[in-house]
Design a binder for this molecule. Structure first.
Ligand code: URA
Length: 437
């Protein structure tokens, strides 16, 4: 095969065969195709798109380009969850013990992150001595004996995606639905689960800002899941304001624990119940999604969910005392209130700016080498629909430096007020299932 023929075929809007897709991924991963040819193909895909079968082939080829986790030694249907990312999104941390408490084995591979706050692994490290470093054998053993484990991505998972994403990032080809959907799904498939629940965010703090784009991405991923034989569904959830009230690392773990105790903010709890009930249902542990939700509400009410969090923390070397004593988390030196400078009702929060404020406080990293400050972050005191008087606290900053004038101004500029009380913000927009037939 010749790469130039594949590029020309896609440039002319024709369908690539399974053999062509597999060949270019294998050859590219082996460094036998130069970046300039793969860039040209990515641009052709950007303009001409890929159909369902091409997207599925690309996903499988990327999933098979490196190590794949074999979860078959764990009994039952293994369900994974993926979020396209947002500000204050701590659902994974609550969902892992919540769903495990309902009897679903959870074997989750997670990442650190570049961005406003750390990724799930960074956040979990706010628990003293907690570690996600484990080899595959220990990971599988922990799921078998304890029912849950979260491990950092080790080994050589989806190298083709890593290489291709790096290239897309600098060639203006990130925003292709076919390439985004296959990139995300290839990592999920390589992580070995049988079923996948996707949380696709929409709004000012999301990767996809419009409902239309979020819906298209959700459909593309659900379609790939169906075509590669994984039960997959997606929930489209709101990111027009941070989820919950805490944005940071330790603060998000505390909020996740509150949810497991039945004390967390309403939106985080609701999203966990919606995503979790689909996970339990896809794992065949409930007769319906409603039944699954009831099971999750029960494990929160009877304390099993928070008990499972203790098991989780202890199994990964952490100090479970933090669950009842939040003062054991890393603490910021200063708590600085950001006052409102106008009055009205909050109708919009520029969520991406709140994320930037978290990053400026030190909660996230811009490059892989940056060190995260686990103690800092923001506590939102006002959310969409709330009444604000001049001088009211909008946000409390948890900071390790006193000079935060620029961050205060950024937070003030993120809040948009109006005189009329707006409608309550929507949390769940849609649920997307595979098309029948
Ligand atoms: N996240 C991914 O993992 N891949 C993309 O292509 C975009 C976002």
């Amino acid at each position: 095969m010749r790469m130039v023929d594949i590029i020309e075929k896609k440039r002319d809007g024709l369908q690539l065969t399974k053999e062509e897709i597999r060949w270019f991924i294998t050859e590219y991963t082996a460094d036998r195709i130069p970046d300039y040819q793969v860039s040209a193909l990515a641009m052709a895909i950007y303009f001409q798109d890929m159909d369902s079968s091409e997207r599925a082939e690309l996903t499988i080829a990327m999933a098979e380009s490196g190590d794949q986790i074999d979860l078959s030694s764990i009994e039952g249907i293994k369900v994974d969850k993926h979020s396209t990312g947002g500000v204050g999104d701590k659902t994974t941390i609550a969902l892992v013990p919540l769903v495990a408490a309902a009897g679903v084995p959870v074997a989750k591979m997670s990442g650190r992150g570049l961005g406003h706050t750390g990724g799930t692994i960074d956040k979990l490290e706010a628990i003293p001595n907690f570690s996600c470093d484990m080899d595959t054998k220990d990971f599988l053993e922990q799921v078998q004996t304890k029912g849950l484990a979260v491990a950092g991505q080790t080994g050589n998972l989806t190298p083709a995606d890593k290489q291709l994403y790096g290239l897309r990032d600098v060639t203006g080809t990130v925003n292709s639905m076919a390439l985004i959907a296959s990139s995300i799904m290839s990592k999920k498939i390589a992580s070995g689960s049988d079923a996948i629940v996707l949380d696709v965010k929409t709004g000012s703090g999301a990767f996809m800002k419009s409902l239309e784009d979020s819906t298209a991405l959700a459909k593309a991923m659900v379609d790939i899941g169906a075509n590669v034989g994984r039960k997959t569904m997606a929930v489209i959830s709101d990111m027009n304001q941070p989820l919950g009230v805490g944005v940071g690392n330790a603060i998000e773990i505390k909020e996740a624990i509150d949810v497991l105790k039945g004390e967390g903010p309403e939106d985080v709890l609701e999203l966990c119940l919606v995503l979790g009930s689909h996970m339990v249902y896809l794992a065949d542990k409930a007769s319906s999604v409603d039944d699954a939700r009831k099971q999750l509400e029960d494990v929160i009410a009877n304390g099993k969910a928070v008990e499972m969090m203790k098991v989780f923390v202890e199994s990964q070397g952490g100090d479970p005392a933090v669950i009842d004593d939040p003062s054991l988390f890393p603490q910021a030196t200063y708590e600085i209130d950001v006052p409102a400078i106008e009055e009205g009702y909050v109708y919009e929060i520029a969520t991406d700016k709140i994320g930037v404020a978290a990053m400026q406080l030190g909660a996230g990293r811009a490059t892989k080498e940056d060190k995260i400050d686990l103690a800092v972050g923001l506590k939102l005191k006002k959310k969409i629909g709330d009444k604000v008087e001049i001088g009211d606290t909008l946000v409390t900053l948890l900071a390790n430096r006193e000079e935060v004038e620029d961050i205060k101004e950024l937070v003030q500029a993120s809040y948009h007020l109006q005189t009329e009380q707006p409608e309550k913000a929507k949390l769940i927009y849609k649920e997307i299932y595979p098309e029948q037939g």
